[in-house]
Ligand binder design. Structure first.
Ligand code: ADP
Length: 307
């Protein structure tokens, strides 16, 4: 099969591994920097130009869209879809999961437990907003942050108020969330491929940091999930319509809660900690399944309009 990996940098671990595994399985793999793609939108012959030349056709694409380039990246993925090329994750599902608020609303609609979360536009509502999530300690998050950047813990209502004011003044969209104290700087990353958890790690934040992101110095180790955790991770991926997803869970006193669902989960931490060939499993999935149907089926089951 001819497979394109959409990635800004061919030397990134995840991109390299996908290419390596794809080639080892006899496929033709090309890494395409989606930022160098131009889109031509016409009804007769929609196309993509790459470095000024029309792009050859592919059977399937594996998008690895950077969080700061969601708008352009998903426009390129959508153009492949318009041209009839299958995508491992659809442009719509990527967009849904990138907006933390939308993602949480979708999870809540499906009855999947999440930390209590508040969102407001007007600054006068700050005290109410803080109360909505039960007061401090609470977590304040930039709507489009990733890898732990723009995620702040406020230990007191006073600190929370000051942080919210600063974010509001810079016109940043934020959400306010109940702090799951008992998770103690640990979370679980479940790697879901095609409706199945294929690998999972527990991440522990660096000393003194409540964020467990590996990019913030967190450590990863292999973990065995309970069947409840597996089920929640799969449901969360399906709710957002992602075939390939990194679902982050926190252990709360009331059981696991879903923190977020990532559309381009990193491969390095999880492959090294678990020795699971995650890249190989992704290649097998995209070459053996009609991915768009999988997402469509998830949408049909809930019989609701897509958010
Ligand atoms: P990002 O998308 O930037 O990774 P997250 O929402 O996943 O943002 O938060 C980063 C990390 O901060 C999480 O992995 C978790 O360890 C910690 N964290 C985030 N929200 C909460 C919360 N409500 N309670 C406890 N810890 C949290």
């Amino acid at each position: 099969m001819k497979i394109a990996i959409l990635s800004q940098d061919a030397s990134l671990y995840s991109t390299r591994r996908l290419k390596e595994e794809g080639e080892a399985k006899g496929h033709q793999i090309q890494v395409i920097n989606y930022l160098q793609c131009y889109i031509k939108i016409t009804a007769h012959q929609p196309s993509i130009l790459y470095n000024g030349k029309p792009l050859e056709s592919f059977d399937v694409i594996i998008p690895r869209i950077g969080s700061s380039k969601t708008l352009y990246g998903t426009a390129v993925v959508r153009q492949f879809e318009v041209m009839g090329v299958r995508s491992a994750n659809s442009s719509q599902a990527i967009q849904r999961s990138r907006d933390k608020l939308q993602c949480l609303q979708i999870l809540a609609r499906e009855g999947i437990r999440i930390p209590v979360t508040g969102f407001a536009e007007i600054t006068q509502d700050i005290d109410d907003l803080i109360e909505t999530v039960g007061g401090a300690p609470l977590v304040i998050k930039l709507l489009e942050g990733s890898q732990g950047f723009g995620v702040v813990l406020a230990e007191t209502n006073q600190v929370a108020r000051s942080i919210i004011e600063v974010f509001r003044q810079s016109n940043s969209n934020i959400l306010v969330q109940e702090f799951i104290t008992e998770s103690a700087g640990e979370d679980i990353r479940c790697f879901v491929v095609g409706g199945e958890v294929i690998a999972a790690i527990k991440r522990q934040g660096a000393a003194g940091d409540f964020r467990s992101n590996l990019h913030q110095g967190g450590q990863a180790k292999k973990v065995k999930l309970t069947s409840q955790e597996k089920k929640i991770a799969v449901r969360a991926a399906q709710a957002t319509g992602l075939n390939i997803a990194g679902v982050d869970l926190l252990q709360s006193n009331h059981g696991p809660v879903v923190l977020e669902v990532n559309s381009s989960p990193g491969l390095e931490g999880i492959e090294k900690a678990t020795h699971v060939n995650v890249a190989g499993k992704i290649i097998d999935f995209v070459t053996k399944n009609a991915m768009l149907e999988v997402s469509a089926a998830a949408g049909r089951r809930s019989a609701r309009l897509p958010l």
